[in-house]
Design a protein around this ligand. Structure first.
Ligand code: ADP
Length: 477
């Protein structure tokens, strides 16, 4: 069987900040049936998961970064807690912190550039100097975007130049800029290749990856179309590299996200009795947050970020509630402090209609997927989006702005689809979509039929893993 090494900064359950973590925790499990074994390598963070698992050192190395010597070790997870080989790069002083990207104040670490370069260099250093080999590397987002350059154009790692490197864009907003003044942090490379690193007058990790990777994909076909149409100043680059670009929709891990066995839930789906399952969890939620019952429950789960349209929620919900609509809301998320404040104020004003939980809470998220009637996603852009697929798996109707992966997974019910979709990330459209949700909920037959229908849809990794395998096969035989 051919082997792929996935290189990432997130992998559920070791470390997750969003959907990319879910993808890395799931995709490797679904590749072996298509002829590829997959391993994952992450930085070794000092969070609860890493602290409670034991690792064995497989390699120690050292390389120069500017005037400093960076010492690192590669370690492999000892037990079979994960269904694939799992490696961690231990770099003392750089990753031995609990958080992945942001410090406790929610601000990006100020040594982010150094961390990312050290992580990537450690991996190529290991691959070249240890008795280890993979048939392909698969890099994820800008934090690993320099690897396809390192394998092609650096002296020390040139033995990797024939190794296919695949690159997935999970979120094109984050670019991984490095000032030219920090050039010495990179391993020595052919100076005539300097231009490859350059975009926007900076060393540009994402642009470099798009230029150097053998194949580039986004996590949904519609998101790739959007980037080809408008990826701000990267548009000419993706257009130029279009031949090697594609979109593959993410799947979800249907074993972990299973209403019949979800370990986070205290009551499970039995005999496909959705009424009982959803009723129990909805009642629990309404009680827990002291919300009014006998009305639809619409929830939001996600990062409070501009891209998620979370800033539009408070205004839209207020408009809905001012018009005396019978509906309750639960909002779970954290991020932008102004959005947090707006949501908290809304919950204070409408105590029996709106609950706000400013947190990252996996257990509560599962409960909300299980007990809500609708899940709203007013995203400005959404490379794939997993929440809508999780919500359907738990028979919760998605209400989405049609963008990126939401276009590919949630066609509107007016076209025989599986949810409610709206055109613009604007308050007015959100208010209208909530109105449609309330109407649908009132039409019990249609609502229960839709709920039944979406719970049976297959968003598992099967077909997407096959597409990744096809992509690898073009270069690895
Ligand atoms: P992104 O990666 O852009 O944040 P995705 O939709 O791809 O968005 O993935 C979001 C993932 O993070 C889902 O698994 C979702 O349930 C989870 N999630 C987001 N915010 C929270 C939160 N506050 N508490 C628990 N889970 C959350």
């Amino acid at each position: 069987m051919k082997s792929i090494l996935h290189i990432s900064t997130e992998c559920y359950p070791a470390a997750k900040a969003g959907g990319m973590g879910d993808v890395l925790g799931a995709l490797p499990q679904y590749l072996p049936v298509h002829g590829f074994s997959a391993s994952v390598i992450l930085p070794k963070y000092k969070n609860a998961w890493f602290e409670s698992h034991s690792f064995a050192k497989v390699y120690s190395g050292e390389f120069a970064m500017d005037n400093e010597k960076i010492q690192f070790s590669i370690e492999i997870l000892n037990n079979s807690d994960l269904p694939f080989p799992f490696y961690a790069v231990r770099i003392p002083g750089l990753f031995d912190r609990p958080q992945i990207y942001l410090n406790e104040d929610g601000v990006a670490f100020n040594d982010e550039v150094k961390r990312n370069i050290a992580f990537q260099t450690s991996i190529v250093h290991w691959l070249v100097n240890d008795d280890v080999s993979f048939d392909g590397l698969h890099c994820h987002d800008h934090m690993t975007g320099l690897i396809p350059f390192f394998t092609k154009h650096t002296k020390a790692y040139s033995s990797l130049s024939e190794l296919p490197v695949f690159f997935t864009i999970h979120n094109g907003q984050y670019r991984g800029y490095i000032e030219w003044a920090d050039l010495a942090l990179l391993p020595v490379f052919d100076k005539d290749k300097k231009g490859i690193l350059d975009w926007d007058d900076k060393i540009h990790s994402l642009a470099t990856a798009i230029k150097c990777a053998w194949k580039v994909n986004t996590v949904s076909p519609s998101y790739m179309k959007e980037l080809l149409n408008d990826f701000d100043n990267l548009t000419p680059l993706v257009l130029n590299e279009q031949r090697k670009c594609s979109g593959i929709i993410n799947g979800i891990d249907i074993d972990i996200w299973d209403p019949e066995s979800d370990k986070y839930l205290d009551a499970h789906l039995e005999n496909k009795n959705w009424k009982a399952f959803k009723g129990k969890h909805k009642t629990d939620l309404l009680k827990k947050f002291n919300l009014k019952s006998r009305r639809p429950l619409i929830s939001f789960i996600g990062r409070f970020a501009y891209e998620k349209g979370a800033d539009l929620l408070s205004g839209a919900i207020e408009k809905v509630l001012e018009s005396n609509s019978n509906v309750s809301f639960i909002i779970l998320g954290s991020g932008d402090k102004r959005i947090e404040l707006a949501i908290e104020n809304l919950a204070l004003k409408y105590k029996r209609e709106v609950a706000s939980i400013i947190a990252y809470d996996e257990k509560l998220a599962r409960k909300i997927y299980a007990g809500s009637d609708f899940l709203i996603m007013p995203s400005r852009f959404e490379p794939c989006g997993l929440n809508q697929m999780y919500s359907m798996r738990y028979a919760t109707v998605p209400v989405v702005r049609s963008t990126g992966g939401l276009i590919d997974t949630v066609p509107d019910i007016s076209n025989g689809g599986n949810g409610i979709s709206f055109e613009n990330a604007e308050e007015e459209d959100i208010v209208h979509a909530i109105g449609r949700s309330i109407d649908l909920y009132a039409n019990k037959n249609a609502f229960y039929n839709l709920r039944n229908y979406i719970s049976k849809l297959d968003y598992s990794w099967g077909s997407s893993a096959f597409k990744y395998a096809q992509l690898y096969k073009n270069f690895i035989n």
